[in-house]
Design a protein around this ligand. Structure first.
Ligand SMILES: *Cc1c(COP(=O)(O)O)cnc(C)c1O
Ligand SMILES: [Zn+2]
Length: 416
């Protein structure tokens, strides 16, 4: 099936337009390119979308693929929007939802951009694909490349969480562990893309890749009964997800799938790597890179965020906020979410919860406002953070007398 809805690629800096080809930067000013759709030619309705399969490809008219036979679909998207009564009660707020993206095929929201980018890489006939990753994109790209039958090369900083690296390797990817930061890994991957003509999903396939991420907010709107949320809290690394959410909301409004748009975007970063939050708080138009990110939220440890200034502009345009959280607050956020709502998140999710708690306590978010919190990755990928919990495991002999004397049974069990 032919899909002619892409109008052009447009430079985000000088607005020059290009035909939708295998390019990713403006030839004039080197600015990043974004996909522009021919919105008037798009004919979708709520019932048509609702009748489709429960993956993000239900919004395919707003995804940048020409040839639908190239779709590589592991089932990413259409994740639960969970109303959180217990956590809301503890935070003394009225309406809280978690968008639970931990349940994607490889355990993070990165399956969204990866399914689009690998499908597009097939369309472009790249003979190999890959990514530069802080961890989650590695597994997402590797898994989709496996299904596509394409060789995959993953560039990661050598201090990436073991669980994430081993997961990517299990899907058959070749892992290149760079002794340096994410920014170093990113530079090397960019050279590989150029020299070897590989489809590095978040570099030379980036204009298409980032389109996958906006589906998270398409789903939120649909799940709220076709309306936009009042506030949405988004963990921020490069800023790509936040920008994609803003673009997605505007597209839904343009297509009249939602009425009006008053959503406030709230960017959440770990304190040890929060260049966008710092610029917001300092009321600066520029982002000053963090040389050596230091945080347990490794998936957000991007010192020089590629979409930083655009993310900052989107936050301001939405009259939103940006806030950071310390490692201690992040771990508390992860525990709180797991213990109240049964959702096991990685640190990036903890950042979102910690920032929610801070902004409720400071009054920047009113207690009667509605909040959607994006929990973007699974705790299974960073289990080492919970290793201290092993100390509270109690061993027993395999008999009842050994069990009934345990203090941990507390007052819950009646016996005697
Ligand atoms: C990549 C990632 C983010 C943030 O993504 P950016 O688009 O780089 O801002 C958030 N959460 C998790 C778990 C991620 O892996
Ligand atoms: Zn340009």
């Amino acid at each position: 099936m032919k899909n002619g809805r892409i109008k052009a690629l447009k430079c985000r800096e000088c607005e020059r337009e290009y035909p939708p080809a295998k390019i990713h930067a403006c030839e004039e000013c080197f600015g990043p390119l974004e996909v522009i759709y021919d919105i008037d030619s798009i004919n979708i309705s709520k019932p048509v979308i609702e009748a489709r399969s429960k993956t993000l490809w239900r919004y395919r008219e707003l995804l940048p693929l020409e040839d639908e036979t190239k779709i590589i679909d592991l089932g990413a998207g259409f994740t639960p929007l969970q109303e959180c009564r217990r956590l809301a009660e503890i935070l003394k707020m009225k309406k809280l939802y978690i968008k639970n993206d931990t349940v994607n095929p490889t355990g993070s929201f990165k399956d969204r951009p990866a399914t689009v980018a690998i499908s597009k890489s097939l369309e472009f006939r790249f003979r190999a694909v890959g990514c530069a990753s802080t961890g989650n994109l590695a597994a997402a790209t590797a898994a989709h490349a496996a299904l596509a039958g394409l060789p995959c090369y993953v560039f990661i900083p050598s201090n990436t969480e073991r669980g994430k690296v081993l997961q990517a390797a299990a899907y058959g990817a070749k892992i290149v562990a760079v002794r340096g930061t994410y920014d170093d890994a990113n530079r090397l991957a960019a050279q590989a893309a150029y020299e070897f003509d590989w489809g590095i999903v978040n570099i030379n396939v980036r204009p298409y890749y980032v389109e996958g991420s906006k589906t998270i907010v398409f789903e939120v709107c649909e799940q709220l009964g076709w309306r936009a949320p009042e506030n949405i809290i988004i963990p921020v690394g490069s800023g790509a997800l936040l920008c994609a959410i803003w673009r997605g909301l505007k597209q839904f409004r343009e297509l009249e799938l939602i009425n009006g748009l008053k959503t406030r975007l709230i960017g959440a970063q770990p304190e040890g790597c929060s260049p966008i939050v710092k610029a917001f708080k300092d009321n600066s138009e520029d982002i000053f890179p963090v040389e050596k990110p230091e945080t347990i939220a490794k998936s957000l440890a991007i010192g020089d965020p590629g979409d930083g200034i655009y993310a900052l502009r989107a936050i301001k345009e939405s009259r939103g906020l940006a806030e950071h959280a310390t490692d201690k607050e992040i771990i508390e956020g992860m525990r709180l979410l797991a213990k109240t709502e049964g959702i096991f998140a990685e640190p990036a999710g903890g950042v979102a919860i910690a920032v929610l708690k801070k902004l409720i306590e400071s009054g920047d978010i009113g207690r009667d406002e509605e909040v959607v919190c994006c929990v973007t990755g699974s705790g299974f990928k960073s289990l080492e953070i919970f290793s201290a919990d092993a100390a509270s495991i109690i061993e027993v002999e395999p008999n009842f007398s050994s069990l009934k004397n345990l203090a941990m049974l507390g007052g819950i069990v009646k016996y005697g």
